[in-house]
Design a protein. Structure first.
Length: 51
């Protein structure tokens, strides 16, 4: 996995941790989850394009 794809995967996983912690601590926010889904789809797209 190239460096850029690895960094994007790390950001996606880190984003999931942050959004989950926010949801547990302050309540769910649909926009945060929407943003994380978009980031996840972009990451999958980068990984597929690299393969």
């Amino acid at each position: 996995m190239p460096g850029s794809a690895k960094a994007m995967t790390a950001c996606t996983v880190g984003g999931l941790v942050v959004v989950t912690a926010y949801s547990v601590g302050l309540g769910s926010n649909g926009w945060l989850w929407f943003g994380w889904v978009v980031l996840g789809l972009l990451t999958v797209g980068v990984l597929v394009a690299r393969a």
